[in-house]
Design a protein around this ligand. Structure first.
Ligand SMILES: [Fe+2]
Ligand SMILES: [Fe+2]
Length: 470
């Protein structure tokens, strides 16, 4: 069941040959995707041989094959996790009933919107990252970037498959639109704000993969609970790939911290100017990048109080990440105490699920921060990194537009506006970070602002030529 047919034009484990109409529709979309990759994918690296992993089965063990591939030749395909026999709906009002293999008519448009919104983020991130190859800190990092890019392309395929297979003509139109919107485009931007933010340096890339791909993990986890079984199975397999993206973010930021501490020791000072003069990222600067990307990603969870998320849960469309860990899966009786600028109040738990998800996401984000702080402490520095409050710099929800400092306290608006430049990267900070971004492409060598990783990819040495440039 989990074997993937690579003899097909579109590799898949969904028996595409058994449905000629669907197969033809997807084969019609395929060249449009490749054209999009050519125009909007990694700029200038189409001829490079990249050491990539490609999914060959959906088994937990050994699902990927590693080898040198030109990115345009990557075998993007459709892979669903194996079905769970007689799977039942695990939450909401229809809990205990059989999961759906087809979409009930009344949920069609809502499910389509959920799938399109998720699908839109996948090509968006590829577009955001398309110029980064020119400033890579090493071949190892370049390869990781490209691995993420091809997998986000595959995630687009995952959502397009669902649109084509279950939403008829509307779905095919949405699939075309996914290639027509572009990150940061004035006329046709991507749906969510974070996916229109430029990612023009690698510090931002590591923050994006740490914070924004982790939002992706939480969205996928909640959709993996869906009563609509094909969506649940699709998302379960996507999570396998997603883990690598967050690995890149977490280890990338760890290496930035490590290098920063080394330079502090070398120059015998933690004065940001001296760290910068020595070509490294000072910790207060890193804190600003964390503040920016964390707050931007927090908006992706939506409003604190949301009737949509209540309906999606009650109807079985979207659960909570790791629904199993909770006791109550109906939530009709529960409330949550929520603090908004208007004060504290108890709201029905069903309406507060975005906030529940945001809180568990923040806990997950804390894990890396604690680890970085341990290494900072070991190095003898008093500095500590932290996550901004979930009220800081919000554009969506109860705290949107409120003058709140990174610790979460309301303050005078004028002072807030003035202080903002000291909390998120200023133009000067960005210019400095950009000045560090010099391309390093000798195998095994590393840019001066980042420490080497602990190990190479797939047990290969760090000196391995992960990308062969032509
Ligand atoms: Fe993705
Ligand atoms: Fe991702």
């Amino acid at each position: 069941m989990s074997a993937i047919d690579y003899a097909e034009k579109i590799p898949n484990n969904v028996n595409l040959v058994g449905d000629r109409t669907l197969q033809r529709a997807l084969e019609h979309w395929q060249p449009h995707f490749l054209q999009w990759w050519h125009e909007m994918g990694p700029n200038d690296f189409e001829g490079a041989d990249v050491y990539l992993r490609t999914a060959i089965s959906v088994d937990a063990q050994g699902w990927a094959h590693y080898g040198k591939v030109r990115m345009p030749d990557y075998r993007w395909g459709i892979f669903l996790a194996d079905p769970v026999a007689e799977r039942k709906i695990g939450f909401g009002d229809a809990m205990g009933q059989a999961a759906w293999q087809q979409i009930p008519g009344e949920y069609r448009s809502t499910l389509r919107r959920l799938i399109v919104t998720q699908g839109d983020t996948e090509p968006a991130s590829v577009e955001q990252q398309r110029l980064l190859g020119h400033t890579c800190p090493s071949l190892y990092d370049l390869r990781n970037l490209f691995q993420i890019n091809v997998e986000e392309g595959r995630h687009l395929w995952a959502m397009v498959y669902l649109l084509h297979a279950y939403f008829g003509r509307d779905g095919r139109e949405e699939a075309e639109e996914l290639l027509a919107r572009h990150s940061g485009d004035a006329d046709k931007p991507r749906i969510l704000t974070t996916f229109n933010e430029p990612i023009s340096d690698w510090l931002s890339l590591y923050c994006f993969t740490y914070f924004t791909d982790r939002d992706g993990k939480y969205q996928l986890k909640s959709l993996a609970e869906s009563a609509f079984d094909p969506l649940a199975r699709t998302c379960r397999f996507m999570l396998t790939e997603e883990a690598h993206h967050m690995f890149v973010g977490e280890t990338g930021l760890s290496r930035v911290v490590k290098r920063s501490l080394e330079v502090m020791k070398e120059v015998g000072s933690d004065d940001p100017d001296r760290i910068r003069a020595a070509g490294a990222v000072d910790l207060p600067l890193l804190q600003k990048y964390l503040n920016f990307w964390c707050s931007s990603s927090l908006d992706l969870f939506g409003s604190e109080i949301s009737s949509n998320s209540a309906a999606n849960f009650a109807n079985g469309l979207k659960g909570r990440p790791d629904e199993d860990q909770y006791e109550d899966h109906g939530l009709r009786e529960k409330t949550l105490n929520l603090v908004t600028p208007q004060g504290a109040s108890d709201v029905p738990m069903l309406n507060a699920l975005n906030e529940v998800m945001r809180e568990s996401y923040l806990k997950d984000c804390e894990i890396g921060v604690k680890r970085w702080n341990r290494s900072i402490e070991r190095a003898g520095s008093q500095f500590r990194l932290s996550l901004p409050s979930s009220r800081f710099r919000r554009s969506i929800g109860a705290w949107a537009g409120q003058p709140v400092d990174p610790q979460g306290s309301l303050m005078q608006r004028e002072l807030y506006e003035k202080s903002l430049a000291s909390w998120i990267p200023s133009e000067g900070d960005k210019a400095f970070v950009h000045s560090l971004m010099q391309k390093v492409i000798e195998p095994g060598r590393m840019a001066g602002w980042i420490a080497p990783p602990e190990r190479g990819i797939n047990n290969l040495p760090l000196e391995y030529e992960y990308v062969k440039l032509h």
